[in-house]
Every structure is written in C-alpha cells, then in structure tokens.
Ligand binder design. Structure first.
Ligand code: AMP
Ligand code: ZN
Length: 137
C-alpha cells in the first residue's frame, strides 16, 4: 500500500522508535502516546483491520502483544490496556491493522468509557442477533 504510513515505517521510509521485530510483525512507540511507552504492534503485511488478518497472524500478534505488555508492566507500569480500533466509527485513523499497548499508572486519570443502562429486552435482542451471526457458515 503506497500511501500507508505504517507500510512506510516497515520499509524504513519514515523513522520510528522500534522495540520489537520478527518475520511477521513490528512493534514501535506511538508518536502521540496516551502515556509514555504506548506501543503499536503491526503486521508486516498490509491488512486494513483485525477482520482481514489471517488467523495465524492474528494469533501471533496476540502472543507478541502479551510479551510486550508484560515487558511494559515490568518497565514500571501499574497496568496495561490492550486495544484495537476497527473502522472509522471505532476511532481507527490509520487503516493498517494495529494493536495499541498502553501503559497505565495509578492516578493517571485517563477518561473511562461511559456506560449505558440497557432498556428492557435490549440485551436479549442484541445477544440473539450476535448468536445468529456466529452460527452463519
Ligand atoms: P488509531 O486511532 O487506532 O488508528 O491509531 C493510530 C495511532 O497511530 C495513533 O495513536 C497515532 O498517534 C499513531 N501514529 C500515527 N502516525 C504515527 C507515526 N508516524 N509513528 C508512530 N505512531 C503513529
Ligand atoms: Zn500498510
């Protein structure tokens, strides 16, 4: 993908602070970190989002995410958030699949997601839809 900023990072066409690399993935520090140490792990091949990733790459990313998350924790974080934004509505701005590994510190006071109170029957209704989708071949 010629215009993809993360493909350019992989090809070393733009600089990054790399922390891990193997045949399938690259991890580097986010240029605008939520907290210092905020890391992104990306597949070396271009896939738009999690749903396009081949299973074996998705599994490998989770394995390396765990390894890096633990290293971030041992480097001084009190906790670690792992997140993947899939699609514009979910806040994805770079359309090369990436996993955020965000160090958290007691008292860092980052905003938490607002919680909704579901209306009568709403949970059952959405559960039914999701279960139907899961059952599709
Ligand atoms: P997302 O909203 O999940 O698409 O997140 C994209 C992330 O990529 C943001 O946290 C950006 O700060 C980060 N980012 C964008 N450009 C760069 C870059 N050149 N080097 C490192 N991180 C970047
Ligand atoms: Zn790309």
């Amino acid at each position: 993908m010629e215009d993809c900023i993360f493909c350019k990072i992989i090809k070393n066409e733009i600089p990054s602070e790399k922390i891990y690399e193997d045949d399938l993935v690259l991890a580097f520090l986010d240029i605008k970190p939520v907290n210092i140490g905020h890391t992104l792990i990306i597949p070396k091949k271009h896939f738009e989002n999690l749903f396009e990733l081949p299973e074996e790459i998705a599994i490998h990313i989770m394995k390396i995410t765990k390894k890096i998350g633990l290293a971030i924790k041992k480097s001084g974080a009190d906790g670690v958030n792992i997140s993947i934004n899939n699609g514009k509505a979910a806040g994805q701005i770079i359309f090369h699949s990436h996993t955020h590994i965000i160090p958290r510190f007691i008292g860092d006071n980052l905003p938490v997601w607002p919680a909704k109170t579901p209306k009568e029957g709403q949970l059952k209704e959405i559960a039914k839809k999701i279960i139907e989708e899961l059952a599709r071949p």
